[in-house]
Design a protein around this ligand. Structure first.
Ligand code: ADP
Ligand code: MG
Length: 376
C-alpha cells in the first residue's frame, strides 16, 4: 500500500478556461444574492458568481437546489431579497430594484422550449425581431437558420419537428436577438438520451461560433464537465464551489461536491507527526491540521490501482464492467470500502486478495465530522 505524493499543480493550470479569460469583460455578476418565494424561506442564499464574455457557465446541483430560481433572478422574473445582480456593469436587481426582463437583453431557452405552436419555424425565430425592417429581419433569420442547421424546415410548425429540431428553433429564436447572456434550463431533459451527446456537441459548437455568453442549468455533472468553462455547484440554495470543471472534480471544496461530481471514497485518518495516517497509507497533511485531528482523505477510483496477491485481507468485493473501464469495489480489513478503476481488460474474480497502490495526484482532506456516513 503505497500512497505516492501530491501533485501541487492546480486544476486551472491543467486546462479549462482559456488564457485571455481574466481580461474579457464581465457580463454578469451576482453578489450575495438571496431570493425567497415565501417570507423567511430562501430558495437561494447569498449566491455569488460572475460570468465573462464568451464564457459558458454551468449551474450544477440536485433537483430543488435553486438552479431555476437563479436563472429566474438573472432574467428578472424574480426579485431579490438581498444582494445585487449586475448585467454589463449596470445594477439590474437589488432589494427594491428590478430592471424589467425586456430591458435586460437576456435570452432564455426553457426546458419545454415554449415555441409558439401556431407559428412556423421562420415566424418563431423572427418573433423577437418585429421592430426591424423586413429585409434586415429576413437576412438575420436566414443566417440563423443556416447557423443552427434548420434550413429546409422554415415552413414547418413546431408539432412537425423532432425534439432536437424544436430545441434548435428555441435556440435560434433566442440567439437571433443577440442576447447579452443566454440562459438555458436543462436543455437536454426532453430529448432521447441517445441524442443528447450529439446535441451537447452541437450546442457547444454553436455557442462558441456565435461567441455567446451562456449559463446552462443541469443536474448531470458529466454534462457540466463537457460543456462548461466554469461550474457553479449549488446545494440546498447555497453555492458550494465555483471553479473550473477540473478543480471541481480533483479538488472539491466540500464533501457534497466531492460526492456529487463522481465516485468518491472518504478514508478516515488521524494526523500524526505532520502526516495523515490511514488504513491505506500515509498522506501529506496539506491543510495543516493539528496533531491528533480526525480527518478523512477523499479518494477517486482513478487514483487507486490494484494488483493481485497470493493472500491477504484486502479483497475484491465486486466488479462493474463499464465498457472503457472496470470499476472494482474493494473491501479493506476494517470493513471500509474503496473503489478502483482499472482498464477494461483487467479482469479479476470477486474474492481475489489484492494490494492497493494509491497514486493520488490531488490530496483532498476534510474534517471527519463534515462527512456524512455513506448511504451504501
Ligand atoms: P431546481 O431548478 O434546482 O430544481 P428550483 O429553483 O426550481 O430548483 O427550486 C428551489 C426551491 O424553491 C425548491 O425548494 C422549490 O420547491 C422552491 N420553489 C421553486 N419555485 C417556487 C415557487 N414558484 N413558489 C414557491 N417555492 C418555489
Ligand atoms: Mg429547475
Amino acid at each position: 500500500m503505497r500512497p505516492i505524493g501530491a501533485d501541487q499543480k492546480t486544476a486551472a493550470q491543467a486546462g479549462g478556461v482559456s488564457s485571455d479569460e481574466g481580461t474579457r469583460p464581465m457580463v454578469l455578476e451576482l453578489r450575495k444574492v438571496t431570493c425567497a418565494y415565501e417570507v423567511g424561506r430562501a430558495a437561494i442564499s447569498e449566491v455569488s458568481f460572475s460570468v465573462r464574455e464568451g464564457e459558458i457557465l454551468c449551474l450544477l446541483g440536485p433537483s430543488g437546489c435553486g438552479k431555476t430560481t437563479t436563472l429566474r433572478v438573472i432574467a428578472g422574473f424574480e426579485p431579490v431579497v438581498e444582494g445585487e445582480v449586475y448585467l454589463e456593469g449596470h445594477l439590474a436587481s437589488a432589494p427594491g430594484v428590478l430592471l424589467p426582463t425586456e430591458r435586460r437583453r437576456v435570452g432564455m431557452v426553457f426546458q419545454e422550449y415554449a415555441l409558439f405552436p401556431h407559428l412556423r419555424v421562420v415566424e418563431n425565430i423572427a418573433f423577437g425581431l418585429r421592430d426591424l425592417p423586413s429585409v434586415q429581419r429576413e437576412t438575420q433569420v436566414h443566417a440563423m437558420l443556416a447557423m443552427t442547421g434548420l434550413t429546409g424546415l422554415e415552413r414547418r410548425y413546431p408539432h412537425e419537428l423532432s425534439g432536437g429540431q424544436q430545441q434548435r428553433v428555441a435556440l435560434a429564436r433566442a440567439l437571433v436577438q443577440k442576447p447579452v447572456v443566454l440562459l438555458l434550463d436543462e436543455p437536454f431533459s426532453n430529448l432521447d438520451p441517445d441524442m443528447t451527446r450529439k446535441m451537447r456537441e452541437d450546442l457547444h459548437d454553436l455557442l462558441r461560433r456565435t461567441k455567446t455568453t451562456a449559463i446552462l442549468v443541469t443536474h448531470d455533472h458529466e454534462e457540466a464537465f463537457a460543456l462548461a468553462d466554469r461550474v457553479a455547484v449549488l446545494n440546498n440554495g447555497c453555492l458550494e464551489q465555483f471553479d473550473t470543471p477540473e478543480a471541481i472534480y480533483h479538488t472539491p471544496s466540500t464533501p457534497f461536491v466531492a460526492d456529487f461530481v463522481g465516485q468518491a471514497d472518504f478514508i478516515p485518518g488521524i494526523v500524526e507527526n505532520g502526516k495523515v495516517v490511514t488504513e491505506i497509507g500515509e498522506f501529506p497533511n496539506q491543510v495543516g491540521y493539528h496533531g491528533g485531528a480526525r480527518v478523512v482523505v477523499m479518494i477517486r477510483p482513478d487514483d487507486v490501482h490494484i494488483a493481485p496477491l497470493a493472500n491477504g485481507a484486502t479483497r475484491i468485493l465486486a466488479r462493474q464492467f463499464r465498457g472503457s473501464e472496470n470499476l472494482y469495489t474493494i473491501g479493506l480489513p476494517s470493513g471500509q470500502v474503496v473503489h478502483s478503476s482499472e482498464v477494461s481488460t483487467s479482469v479479476y474474480p470477486v474474492g481475489t486478495p489484492v494490494e492497493l497502490q494509491v497514486i493520488a495526484t490531488h490530496i483532498v482532506l476534510f474534517e471527519q465530522d463534515r462527512v456524512r456516513p455513506p448511504d451504501r
